[in-house]
Write a new protein. Structure first.
Length: 511
Protein backbone atom coordinates (compact mmCIF):
# COMPACT_ATOMS: atom_id res chain seq x y z
CA UNK A 1 0.00 0.00 0.00
CA UNK A 2 1.29 3.50 -0.79
CA UNK A 3 2.54 5.78 1.99
CA UNK A 4 -0.38 8.17 1.49
CA UNK A 5 -2.83 5.40 2.33
CA UNK A 6 -1.42 4.85 5.84
CA UNK A 7 -1.77 7.03 8.89
CA UNK A 8 0.39 7.15 12.00
CA UNK A 9 -0.83 5.12 14.97
CA UNK A 10 -2.78 6.94 17.68
CA UNK A 11 -3.52 10.01 15.51
CA UNK A 12 -7.17 10.47 14.47
CA UNK A 13 -7.50 10.42 10.70
CA UNK A 14 -8.40 13.88 9.39
CA UNK A 15 -10.42 12.37 6.53
CA UNK A 16 -12.41 9.91 8.65
CA UNK A 17 -15.78 11.70 8.25
CA UNK A 18 -15.35 11.89 4.47
CA UNK A 19 -14.41 8.20 4.53
CA UNK A 20 -17.63 7.45 6.45
CA UNK A 21 -19.68 8.88 3.55
CA UNK A 22 -18.16 6.38 1.07
CA UNK A 23 -18.26 3.44 3.52
CA UNK A 24 -21.94 4.20 4.24
CA UNK A 25 -22.66 4.44 0.50
CA UNK A 26 -21.15 0.99 -0.08
CA UNK A 27 -23.12 -0.46 2.85
CA UNK A 28 -26.31 1.07 1.46
CA UNK A 29 -25.64 -0.58 -1.92
CA UNK A 30 -25.20 -4.04 -0.36
CA UNK A 31 -28.30 -3.70 1.86
CA UNK A 32 -30.42 -2.27 -0.99
CA UNK A 33 -29.48 -5.21 -3.16
CA UNK A 34 -30.98 -7.66 -0.68
CA UNK A 35 -34.53 -6.28 -1.15
CA UNK A 36 -34.44 -4.47 -4.50
CA UNK A 37 -34.03 -7.76 -6.40
CA UNK A 38 -37.06 -9.32 -4.65
CA UNK A 39 -39.33 -6.64 -6.13
CA UNK A 40 -37.89 -7.20 -9.63
CA UNK A 41 -37.99 -11.00 -9.44
CA UNK A 42 -41.44 -11.62 -11.04
CA UNK A 43 -40.54 -9.47 -14.11
CA UNK A 44 -37.05 -10.98 -14.46
CA UNK A 45 -38.47 -14.50 -14.17
CA UNK A 46 -40.91 -13.87 -17.02
CA UNK A 47 -38.31 -12.20 -19.29
CA UNK A 48 -35.64 -14.87 -18.83
CA UNK A 49 -37.99 -17.87 -18.82
CA UNK A 50 -36.95 -18.99 -15.33
CA UNK A 51 -39.18 -21.79 -14.00
CA UNK A 52 -41.04 -21.49 -10.67
CA UNK A 53 -38.84 -24.26 -9.28
CA UNK A 54 -35.64 -22.42 -10.19
CA UNK A 55 -36.58 -18.81 -9.40
CA UNK A 56 -35.45 -19.12 -5.76
CA UNK A 57 -31.87 -19.41 -7.06
CA UNK A 58 -31.87 -15.71 -7.93
CA UNK A 59 -31.93 -15.11 -4.16
CA UNK A 60 -30.25 -18.34 -3.02
CA UNK A 61 -27.14 -18.07 -5.26
CA UNK A 62 -26.35 -14.69 -3.68
CA UNK A 63 -27.13 -15.83 -0.12
CA UNK A 64 -24.94 -18.95 -0.37
CA UNK A 65 -21.90 -17.14 -1.77
CA UNK A 66 -22.26 -14.17 0.58
CA UNK A 67 -23.01 -16.16 3.74
CA UNK A 68 -20.48 -18.89 2.99
CA UNK A 69 -17.52 -16.62 2.24
CA UNK A 70 -17.98 -13.85 4.85
CA UNK A 71 -15.40 -15.21 7.32
CA UNK A 72 -12.92 -15.71 4.48
CA UNK A 73 -13.64 -12.14 3.29
CA UNK A 74 -13.03 -10.78 6.79
CA UNK A 75 -9.71 -12.61 7.05
CA UNK A 76 -8.66 -11.36 3.59
CA UNK A 77 -9.36 -7.79 4.80
CA UNK A 78 -7.07 -8.34 7.81
CA UNK A 79 -4.37 -9.94 5.66
CA UNK A 80 -4.50 -7.84 2.49
CA UNK A 81 -5.48 -4.47 3.95
CA UNK A 82 -9.03 -3.22 4.50
CA UNK A 83 -8.89 -0.36 2.01
CA UNK A 84 -7.61 -2.58 -0.81
CA UNK A 85 -10.19 -5.29 0.00
CA UNK A 86 -12.97 -2.68 0.17
CA UNK A 87 -12.14 -1.14 -3.23
CA UNK A 88 -11.70 -4.59 -4.84
CA UNK A 89 -15.07 -5.70 -3.41
CA UNK A 90 -16.77 -2.60 -4.85
CA UNK A 91 -15.22 -3.04 -8.30
CA UNK A 92 -16.19 -6.73 -8.41
CA UNK A 93 -19.73 -5.99 -7.19
CA UNK A 94 -20.16 -3.42 -9.97
CA UNK A 95 -19.00 -5.89 -12.66
CA UNK A 96 -21.28 -8.64 -11.27
CA UNK A 97 -24.22 -6.19 -11.21
CA UNK A 98 -23.58 -5.26 -14.86
CA UNK A 99 -23.65 -8.96 -15.78
CA UNK A 100 -26.93 -9.42 -13.87
CA UNK A 101 -28.53 -6.47 -15.63
CA UNK A 102 -27.38 -7.77 -19.03
CA UNK A 103 -28.42 -11.40 -18.33
CA UNK A 104 -29.96 -13.19 -21.31
CA UNK A 105 -30.76 -16.52 -19.63
CA UNK A 106 -31.16 -18.08 -16.18
CA UNK A 107 -27.58 -19.44 -16.02
CA UNK A 108 -26.14 -15.94 -16.57
CA UNK A 109 -28.49 -14.52 -13.95
CA UNK A 110 -27.64 -17.15 -11.32
CA UNK A 111 -23.90 -16.81 -12.04
CA UNK A 112 -23.99 -13.01 -11.70
CA UNK A 113 -25.88 -13.29 -8.39
CA UNK A 114 -23.29 -15.74 -7.02
CA UNK A 115 -20.52 -13.37 -8.15
CA UNK A 116 -22.27 -10.47 -6.38
CA UNK A 117 -22.28 -12.62 -3.24
CA UNK A 118 -18.54 -13.34 -3.53
CA UNK A 119 -17.60 -9.66 -3.81
CA UNK A 120 -20.21 -8.68 -1.19
CA UNK A 121 -18.42 -11.05 1.21
CA UNK A 122 -15.19 -9.08 0.62
CA UNK A 123 -16.87 -5.70 0.83
CA UNK A 124 -19.14 -5.97 3.91
CA UNK A 125 -16.54 -6.99 6.57
CA UNK A 126 -13.96 -4.55 5.13
CA UNK A 127 -16.46 -1.67 5.45
CA UNK A 128 -17.32 -2.38 9.08
CA UNK A 129 -13.70 -3.04 10.11
CA UNK A 130 -12.57 0.24 8.47
CA UNK A 131 -15.00 2.09 10.74
CA UNK A 132 -13.75 0.09 13.73
CA UNK A 133 -10.11 1.12 13.22
CA UNK A 134 -10.72 4.71 12.01
CA UNK A 135 -13.08 5.91 14.77
CA UNK A 136 -11.38 5.47 18.13
CA UNK A 137 -12.91 8.30 20.19
CA UNK A 138 -15.99 6.98 22.03
CA UNK A 139 -18.32 9.90 21.14
CA UNK A 140 -17.22 10.03 17.50
CA UNK A 141 -17.50 6.26 17.28
CA UNK A 142 -21.08 6.41 18.61
CA UNK A 143 -22.02 8.96 15.93
CA UNK A 144 -20.30 7.02 13.11
CA UNK A 145 -21.89 3.71 14.09
CA UNK A 146 -25.25 5.44 14.54
CA UNK A 147 -25.17 6.47 10.88
CA UNK A 148 -23.91 3.03 9.81
CA UNK A 149 -26.56 1.25 11.94
CA UNK A 150 -29.37 3.38 10.47
CA UNK A 151 -28.26 2.47 6.94
CA UNK A 152 -27.84 -1.23 7.81
CA UNK A 153 -31.36 -1.31 9.29
CA UNK A 154 -33.28 1.07 7.04
CA UNK A 155 -31.58 0.34 3.71
CA UNK A 156 -33.69 -2.75 3.09
CA UNK A 157 -36.91 -0.76 3.20
CA UNK A 158 -35.39 1.93 0.92
CA UNK A 159 -34.69 -0.96 -1.48
CA UNK A 160 -38.42 -1.72 -1.61
CA UNK A 161 -39.20 1.86 -2.70
CA UNK A 162 -36.37 2.08 -5.22
CA UNK A 163 -37.09 -1.43 -6.54
CA UNK A 164 -40.75 -0.52 -6.99
CA UNK A 165 -39.92 2.66 -8.93
CA UNK A 166 -37.32 1.03 -11.17
CA UNK A 167 -39.48 -2.03 -11.95
CA UNK A 168 -42.69 -0.05 -12.48
CA UNK A 169 -41.32 2.88 -14.49
CA UNK A 170 -38.12 1.58 -16.15
CA UNK A 171 -37.22 -2.12 -16.30
CA UNK A 172 -36.18 -4.87 -13.87
CA UNK A 173 -32.63 -4.70 -15.33
CA UNK A 174 -32.18 -1.29 -13.67
CA UNK A 175 -32.39 -2.92 -10.24
CA UNK A 176 -28.94 -4.32 -11.13
CA UNK A 177 -27.56 -1.39 -13.12
CA UNK A 178 -28.32 1.04 -10.27
CA UNK A 179 -25.48 -0.56 -8.25
CA UNK A 180 -22.84 0.57 -10.77
CA UNK A 181 -22.86 4.34 -10.01
CA UNK A 182 -23.02 3.57 -6.25
CA UNK A 183 -19.94 1.34 -6.55
CA UNK A 184 -17.94 3.74 -8.76
CA UNK A 185 -18.51 6.75 -6.47
CA UNK A 186 -17.81 4.72 -3.29
CA UNK A 187 -14.63 3.11 -4.75
CA UNK A 188 -13.23 6.39 -6.10
CA UNK A 189 -13.96 8.20 -2.83
CA UNK A 190 -12.53 5.39 -0.69
CA UNK A 191 -9.36 5.25 -2.81
CA UNK A 192 -8.78 8.99 -2.36
CA UNK A 193 -9.73 9.58 1.30
CA UNK A 194 -9.33 6.36 3.33
CA UNK A 195 -6.05 6.06 5.20
CA UNK A 196 -5.61 2.92 7.30
CA UNK A 197 -3.82 2.88 10.68
CA UNK A 198 -0.33 1.44 10.60
CA UNK A 199 0.28 -1.98 12.08
CA UNK A 200 -3.32 -3.18 11.75
CA UNK A 201 -2.65 -6.04 9.31
CA UNK A 202 -2.62 -9.70 10.24
CA UNK A 203 0.09 -11.20 8.04
CA UNK A 204 -0.18 -14.73 9.42
CA UNK A 205 -0.45 -17.44 6.74
CA UNK A 206 -3.98 -18.21 5.58
CA UNK A 207 -5.74 -21.06 7.42
CA UNK A 208 -6.81 -23.14 4.37
CA UNK A 209 -8.56 -25.98 6.34
CA UNK A 210 -10.48 -23.30 8.26
CA UNK A 211 -11.51 -21.56 5.02
CA UNK A 212 -12.78 -24.83 3.47
CA UNK A 213 -14.62 -26.04 6.60
CA UNK A 214 -16.25 -22.67 7.41
CA UNK A 215 -17.31 -22.03 3.81
CA UNK A 216 -18.80 -25.50 3.30
CA UNK A 217 -20.41 -25.45 6.78
CA UNK A 218 -22.06 -22.04 6.31
CA UNK A 219 -23.16 -22.86 2.74
CA UNK A 220 -24.74 -26.12 4.01
CA UNK A 221 -26.50 -24.27 6.83
CA UNK A 222 -27.88 -21.45 4.64
CA UNK A 223 -28.91 -23.91 1.90
CA UNK A 224 -30.57 -26.20 4.47
CA UNK A 225 -32.83 -23.36 5.65
CA UNK A 226 -33.49 -22.14 2.11
CA UNK A 227 -34.44 -25.65 0.99
CA UNK A 228 -36.62 -26.19 4.08
CA UNK A 229 -38.69 -23.21 2.96
CA UNK A 230 -39.51 -24.77 -0.43
CA UNK A 231 -39.27 -28.54 0.23
CA UNK A 232 -40.20 -28.89 3.91
CA UNK A 233 -38.20 -29.72 7.04
CA UNK A 234 -38.46 -33.50 6.64
CA UNK A 235 -37.05 -33.52 3.08
CA UNK A 236 -34.04 -35.89 2.90
CA UNK A 237 -31.63 -33.35 1.37
CA UNK A 238 -32.74 -30.65 3.85
CA UNK A 239 -31.96 -32.94 6.82
CA UNK A 240 -28.69 -34.00 5.15
CA UNK A 241 -27.66 -30.34 4.78
CA UNK A 242 -28.28 -29.63 8.48
CA UNK A 243 -26.31 -32.72 9.53
CA UNK A 244 -23.46 -31.76 7.18
CA UNK A 245 -23.48 -28.19 8.52
CA UNK A 246 -23.29 -29.40 12.14
CA UNK A 247 -20.38 -31.79 11.38
CA UNK A 248 -18.45 -29.24 9.29
CA UNK A 249 -18.87 -26.34 11.75
CA UNK A 250 -17.91 -28.57 14.70
CA UNK A 251 -14.81 -29.68 12.79
CA UNK A 252 -14.11 -25.99 12.07
CA UNK A 253 -14.19 -25.12 15.81
CA UNK A 254 -11.82 -28.04 16.58
CA UNK A 255 -9.39 -26.95 13.82
CA UNK A 256 -9.50 -23.29 14.94
CA UNK A 257 -8.63 -24.26 18.52
CA UNK A 258 -5.50 -26.07 17.32
CA UNK A 259 -3.96 -24.21 14.37
CA UNK A 260 -1.33 -21.53 14.91
CA UNK A 261 -2.99 -18.82 12.78
CA UNK A 262 -6.77 -19.56 12.78
CA UNK A 263 -9.21 -18.05 10.27
CA UNK A 264 -11.52 -17.17 13.20
CA UNK A 265 -9.53 -16.82 16.44
CA UNK A 266 -11.87 -18.25 19.09
CA UNK A 267 -10.97 -15.27 21.33
CA UNK A 268 -13.18 -13.15 19.03
CA UNK A 269 -16.40 -15.06 19.78
CA UNK A 270 -15.78 -16.45 23.29
CA UNK A 271 -15.62 -13.00 24.94
CA UNK A 272 -19.07 -12.83 26.52
CA UNK A 273 -20.01 -9.35 25.28
CA UNK A 274 -19.26 -10.12 21.65
CA UNK A 275 -20.85 -13.58 21.95
CA UNK A 276 -24.00 -11.91 23.33
CA UNK A 277 -23.98 -9.39 20.45
CA UNK A 278 -23.69 -12.05 17.72
CA UNK A 279 -26.43 -14.20 19.26
CA UNK A 280 -28.96 -11.44 20.04
CA UNK A 281 -28.37 -9.71 16.68
CA UNK A 282 -28.86 -12.99 14.79
CA UNK A 283 -32.16 -13.61 16.62
CA UNK A 284 -33.41 -10.05 15.98
CA UNK A 285 -32.64 -10.40 12.26
CA UNK A 286 -34.64 -13.69 12.17
CA UNK A 287 -37.70 -11.73 13.37
CA UNK A 288 -37.02 -8.75 11.11
CA UNK A 289 -36.49 -10.59 7.81
CA UNK A 290 -39.64 -12.67 8.25
CA UNK A 291 -41.68 -9.56 8.92
CA UNK A 292 -40.39 -7.71 5.82
CA UNK A 293 -41.55 -10.64 3.72
CA UNK A 294 -45.01 -10.94 5.32
CA UNK A 295 -45.76 -7.22 5.26
CA UNK A 296 -44.72 -6.99 1.58
CA UNK A 297 -47.13 -9.82 0.67
CA UNK A 298 -49.86 -8.49 2.97
CA UNK A 299 -49.73 -5.00 1.44
CA UNK A 300 -49.52 -6.19 -2.19
CA UNK A 301 -51.68 -9.33 -2.20
CA UNK A 302 -54.25 -8.61 0.53
CA UNK A 303 -54.46 -4.79 0.40
CA UNK A 304 -53.73 -4.51 -3.35
CA UNK A 305 -50.89 -1.95 -3.05
CA UNK A 306 -48.59 -1.34 -6.05
CA UNK A 307 -44.84 -2.02 -5.55
CA UNK A 308 -44.17 1.74 -5.21
CA UNK A 309 -47.01 2.26 -2.70
CA UNK A 310 -45.75 -0.77 -0.73
CA UNK A 311 -42.30 0.79 -0.55
CA UNK A 312 -43.72 4.07 0.75
CA UNK A 313 -45.80 2.17 3.31
CA UNK A 314 -42.51 1.05 4.90
CA UNK A 315 -41.32 4.67 5.41
CA UNK A 316 -42.42 4.86 9.09
CA UNK A 317 -40.15 1.88 9.82
CA UNK A 318 -37.21 3.65 8.12
CA UNK A 319 -37.97 6.89 10.02
CA UNK A 320 -38.09 4.92 13.29
CA UNK A 321 -34.78 3.19 12.56
CA UNK A 322 -32.98 6.41 11.66
CA UNK A 323 -34.34 8.15 14.78
CA UNK A 324 -33.50 5.20 17.05
CA UNK A 325 -30.00 4.83 15.64
CA UNK A 326 -28.82 8.42 15.10
CA UNK A 327 -30.73 10.19 17.89
CA UNK A 328 -31.43 7.78 20.77
CA UNK A 329 -28.55 5.30 20.28
CA UNK A 330 -25.88 7.87 19.41
CA UNK A 331 -26.82 10.26 22.23
CA UNK A 332 -27.02 7.57 24.93
CA UNK A 333 -24.18 5.28 23.80
CA UNK A 334 -21.53 7.12 25.83
CA UNK A 335 -23.85 7.65 28.82
CA UNK A 336 -25.37 4.23 29.57
CA UNK A 337 -24.23 0.62 29.39
CA UNK A 338 -24.87 -0.95 25.93
CA UNK A 339 -27.21 -3.62 27.35
CA UNK A 340 -29.53 -0.82 28.56
CA UNK A 341 -29.95 0.28 24.94
CA UNK A 342 -30.08 -3.16 23.32
CA UNK A 343 -32.42 -4.93 25.77
CA UNK A 344 -35.10 -2.18 25.89
CA UNK A 345 -34.60 -1.60 22.12
CA UNK A 346 -35.50 -5.20 21.31
CA UNK A 347 -38.46 -5.02 23.74
CA UNK A 348 -39.84 -1.85 22.08
CA UNK A 349 -39.49 -3.63 18.71
CA UNK A 350 -41.38 -6.63 20.21
CA UNK A 351 -44.25 -4.28 21.25
CA UNK A 352 -44.38 -2.98 17.65
CA UNK A 353 -44.45 -6.56 16.41
CA UNK A 354 -47.19 -7.36 18.94
CA UNK A 355 -49.40 -4.65 17.38
CA UNK A 356 -48.91 -6.31 13.98
CA UNK A 357 -50.34 -9.61 15.29
CA UNK A 358 -53.73 -7.80 15.10
CA UNK A 359 -53.69 -7.73 11.28
CA UNK A 360 -56.92 -8.60 9.48
CA UNK A 361 -58.03 -8.23 5.85
CA UNK A 362 -59.49 -4.76 6.39
CA UNK A 363 -57.03 -3.51 9.04
CA UNK A 364 -56.49 0.26 8.99
CA UNK A 365 -52.99 1.31 7.94
CA UNK A 366 -53.01 4.36 10.24
CA UNK A 367 -54.50 2.46 13.19
CA UNK A 368 -52.27 -0.65 13.31
CA UNK A 369 -49.57 -0.79 10.63
CA UNK A 370 -48.22 2.74 11.12
CA UNK A 371 -47.68 2.61 14.92
CA UNK A 372 -46.48 -1.01 14.72
CA UNK A 373 -43.82 -0.25 12.11
CA UNK A 374 -42.78 2.97 13.85
CA UNK A 375 -42.17 1.17 17.17
CA UNK A 376 -40.44 -1.71 15.40
CA UNK A 377 -38.07 0.68 13.59
CA UNK A 378 -37.43 2.77 16.70
CA UNK A 379 -36.56 -0.29 18.81
CA UNK A 380 -34.40 -1.95 16.17
CA UNK A 381 -32.51 1.27 15.38
CA UNK A 382 -31.79 1.87 19.08
CA UNK A 383 -30.53 -1.72 19.53
CA UNK A 384 -28.61 -2.04 16.24
CA UNK A 385 -26.41 0.98 16.84
CA UNK A 386 -24.61 -0.24 20.02
CA UNK A 387 -24.60 -3.80 18.60
CA UNK A 388 -22.69 -2.73 15.47
CA UNK A 389 -20.27 -0.66 17.53
CA UNK A 390 -19.68 -3.19 20.31
CA UNK A 391 -19.11 -6.12 17.96
CA UNK A 392 -15.68 -4.69 17.11
CA UNK A 393 -14.87 -2.99 20.44
CA UNK A 394 -11.85 -4.29 22.30
CA UNK A 395 -10.80 -6.39 19.30
CA UNK A 396 -7.15 -6.23 18.34
CA UNK A 397 -6.72 -4.39 15.03
CA UNK A 398 -5.44 -7.59 13.37
CA UNK A 399 -8.79 -9.28 14.17
CA UNK A 400 -11.07 -6.36 13.18
CA UNK A 401 -11.94 -7.81 9.76
CA UNK A 402 -12.93 -11.23 11.04
CA UNK A 403 -14.88 -9.74 13.99
CA UNK A 404 -16.78 -7.57 11.49
CA UNK A 405 -17.39 -10.63 9.32
CA UNK A 406 -19.02 -12.37 12.31
CA UNK A 407 -21.56 -9.50 12.57
CA UNK A 408 -22.44 -9.97 8.91
CA UNK A 409 -22.49 -13.77 9.27
CA UNK A 410 -24.93 -13.62 12.20
CA UNK A 411 -27.15 -11.30 10.12
CA UNK A 412 -26.92 -13.42 6.97
CA UNK A 413 -27.59 -16.73 8.72
CA UNK A 414 -30.32 -15.03 10.80
CA UNK A 415 -31.95 -13.79 7.58
CA UNK A 416 -31.90 -17.27 6.00
CA UNK A 417 -33.31 -18.86 9.17
CA UNK A 418 -35.96 -16.14 9.57
CA UNK A 419 -37.25 -16.40 6.02
CA UNK A 420 -37.44 -20.23 6.10
CA UNK A 421 -38.66 -20.73 9.67
CA UNK A 422 -41.35 -18.02 9.74
CA UNK A 423 -42.47 -18.85 6.18
CA UNK A 424 -42.98 -22.48 7.18
CA UNK A 425 -45.00 -21.46 10.26
CA UNK A 426 -47.12 -19.08 8.14
CA UNK A 427 -47.72 -21.66 5.38
CA UNK A 428 -48.84 -24.37 7.80
CA UNK A 429 -51.18 -21.96 9.68
CA UNK A 430 -52.69 -20.86 6.33
CA UNK A 431 -53.22 -24.46 5.16
CA UNK A 432 -54.85 -25.39 8.46
CA UNK A 433 -57.18 -22.33 8.43
CA UNK A 434 -58.27 -22.88 4.80
CA UNK A 435 -58.90 -26.61 5.43
CA UNK A 436 -61.12 -25.77 8.43
CA UNK A 437 -63.14 -23.00 6.74
CA UNK A 438 -63.30 -23.74 3.00
CA UNK A 439 -66.22 -26.17 3.44
CA UNK A 440 -68.58 -23.36 4.43
CA UNK A 441 -67.69 -21.25 1.37
CA UNK A 442 -70.24 -21.92 -1.38
CA UNK A 443 -69.44 -19.24 -3.98
CA UNK A 444 -66.15 -18.42 -5.69
CA UNK A 445 -65.95 -15.01 -3.98
CA UNK A 446 -66.42 -16.66 -0.55
CA UNK A 447 -63.66 -19.15 -1.34
CA UNK A 448 -61.31 -16.31 -2.34
CA UNK A 449 -62.17 -14.53 0.92
CA UNK A 450 -61.32 -17.67 2.92
CA UNK A 451 -57.98 -17.93 1.04
CA UNK A 452 -57.13 -14.32 1.89
CA UNK A 453 -58.21 -14.77 5.52
CA UNK A 454 -56.03 -17.89 5.63
CA UNK A 455 -53.03 -15.92 4.38
CA UNK A 456 -53.51 -13.21 7.01
CA UNK A 457 -53.95 -15.92 9.68
CA UNK A 458 -50.62 -17.40 8.53
CA UNK A 459 -48.86 -14.03 8.75
CA UNK A 460 -50.16 -13.26 12.25
CA UNK A 461 -49.24 -16.76 13.53
CA UNK A 462 -45.66 -16.27 12.30
CA UNK A 463 -45.51 -12.72 13.72
CA UNK A 464 -46.41 -14.14 17.18
CA UNK A 465 -43.31 -16.32 16.92
CA UNK A 466 -41.29 -13.25 15.88
CA UNK A 467 -42.48 -11.46 19.06
CA UNK A 468 -41.13 -14.34 21.16
CA UNK A 469 -37.82 -14.30 19.26
CA UNK A 470 -37.37 -10.57 19.92
CA UNK A 471 -38.09 -11.06 23.64
CA UNK A 472 -35.43 -13.83 23.66
CA UNK A 473 -32.97 -11.42 21.95
CA UNK A 474 -33.69 -8.82 24.68
CA UNK A 475 -33.09 -11.39 27.47
CA UNK A 476 -29.77 -12.46 25.90
CA UNK A 477 -28.66 -8.82 25.49
CA UNK A 478 -29.53 -8.01 29.12
CA UNK A 479 -27.86 -11.11 30.61
CA UNK A 480 -24.81 -11.81 28.39
CA UNK A 481 -23.63 -8.25 27.78
CA UNK A 482 -22.06 -6.89 30.97
CA UNK A 483 -19.80 -4.14 29.62
CA UNK A 484 -20.04 -0.67 31.13
CA UNK A 485 -20.49 2.47 29.06
CA UNK A 486 -17.57 3.36 26.81
CA UNK A 487 -15.25 6.06 28.12
CA UNK A 488 -15.32 9.47 26.50
CA UNK A 489 -11.69 9.34 25.37
CA UNK A 490 -9.54 7.12 23.23
CA UNK A 491 -8.13 4.27 25.28
CA UNK A 492 -6.06 1.22 24.51
CA UNK A 493 -7.91 -1.94 23.69
CA UNK A 494 -7.62 -5.16 25.63
CA UNK A 495 -6.83 -8.53 24.21
CA UNK A 496 -9.97 -9.87 22.68
CA UNK A 497 -10.24 -12.74 25.08
CA UNK A 498 -10.44 -10.58 28.18
CA UNK A 499 -13.69 -10.39 30.09
CA UNK A 500 -14.52 -6.68 30.05
CA UNK A 501 -16.46 -5.58 33.11
CA UNK A 502 -16.31 -1.80 33.56
CA UNK A 503 -14.99 0.56 30.92
CA UNK A 504 -15.38 -0.98 27.46
CA UNK A 505 -12.25 -0.26 25.38
CA UNK A 506 -12.32 1.03 21.84
CA UNK A 507 -10.30 -0.77 19.15
CA UNK A 508 -6.56 -0.77 19.18
CA UNK A 509 -5.22 0.98 16.10
CA UNK A 510 -1.68 -0.33 16.17
CA UNK A 511 0.53 -3.03 17.67
Amino acid sequence: MSQTAVKAPGVPDAGRWKALVFIALAQLMVVLDATIVNIALPSAQQDLGISDGNRQWVVTAYALAFGGLLLFGGRIADLWGRKRTFVTGLAGFAVASALGGAATNEAMMFGSRALQGVFGALLAPAALSLLAVMFTDAKERAKAFGIYGAIAGGGGAVGLILGGFLTEYLNWRWTFFVNIPFAIVAAAGAYLVIREPQGGRNRSPLDIPGVILSTLGLVSLVYGFTRAESNGWSDGLTVGMFVAAAVLLLAFVVVESRVKAPLLPLRVITERNRGGIYLSLGLAIIAMFGLFLFLTYYLQVVKGYTPVKTGFAFLPMIAGMITGSTQIGTRLMTRVAPRLLMGPGFLVAAVGMLLLTQLEINTSYAGVLLPGMLLLGLGMGTAFMPAMSMATMGVEARDAGVASAMVNTSQQVGGAIGTALLNTIAASATTSYVADHIGGATSRSQQQLVQLQGQVQGYTSAIWFAVGILVAAAVIALTFINAGRPGGTTVAGSAAGDGVEDELPVPVVAH
